[in-house]
Design a binder for this molecule. Sequence first.
Ligand SMILES: Cc1cc2nc3c(=O)[nH]c(=O)nc-3n(C[C@H](O)[C@H](O)[C@H](O)COP(=O)(O)OP(=O)(O)OC[C@H]3O[C@@H](n4cnc5c(N)ncnc54)[C@H](O)[C@@H]3O)c2cc1C
Length: 149
Amino acid sequence: MSSSNAVNASTGGSGGQIVVAGAGYAGLHVTLRLTAKLRNHPEVELTLVDRYDYHQAITELPRVAGGTRAADAVRIPLQDMLAERVRFVQAEINGFDLAGRPLLTGAGPIGWRRLVLALGSRPNDFAIPGPPCSSSRRALPSWPAPHPS
Ligand SMILES: Cc1cc2nc3c(=O)[nH]c(=O)nc-3n(C[C@H](O)[C@H](O)[C@H](O)COP(=O)(O)OP(=O)(O)OC[C@H]3O[C@@H](n4cnc5c(N)ncnc54)[C@H](O)[C@@H]3O)c2cc1C
């Protein structure tokens, strides 16, 4: 079975809610793919959750650091990319209650039938002294702030 058929077979016609946690590269990609693949299955609810209401183009951050691109230019508002059927919830994800099933967020619990975890990772600088070498937004306090405070 191809991966696209697997998506249809596993979710199509089953109804319920698919929740994608994280609107980074992985989460946004999955959400856009599911939107396309499930176009004939309006009964499947799609929800995307992220603490920010925009997708941060992380790979462009070095340009921001180098001053050749404005921080605003590498933040893509999610509302510009998501179809109307996708419910976007801007909230901090605090945990999971796998037994009870809800995703625990600052906006309250969100129930899911299928959960996609795409929350990224935390950089490790291995305690090497000096300025942070990772270009992750979380490790670059001296860079132009990619997120509004
Ligand atoms: C400078 C740089 C250049 C890179 N260039 C390349 C490249 O050329 N090619 C390549 O393949 N890879 C590249 N990478 C790596 C690539 O960016 C990562 O592999 C990719 O971002 C990982 O995607 P992700 O969706 O797993 O996580 P992320 O893109 O980090 O997304 C995670 C999302 O989850 C959200 N989130 C996390 N925790 C919470 C929480 N508790 N509550 C709510 N929301 C939360 C975040 O806000 C974020 O939107 C580069 C990385 C950097 C830093």
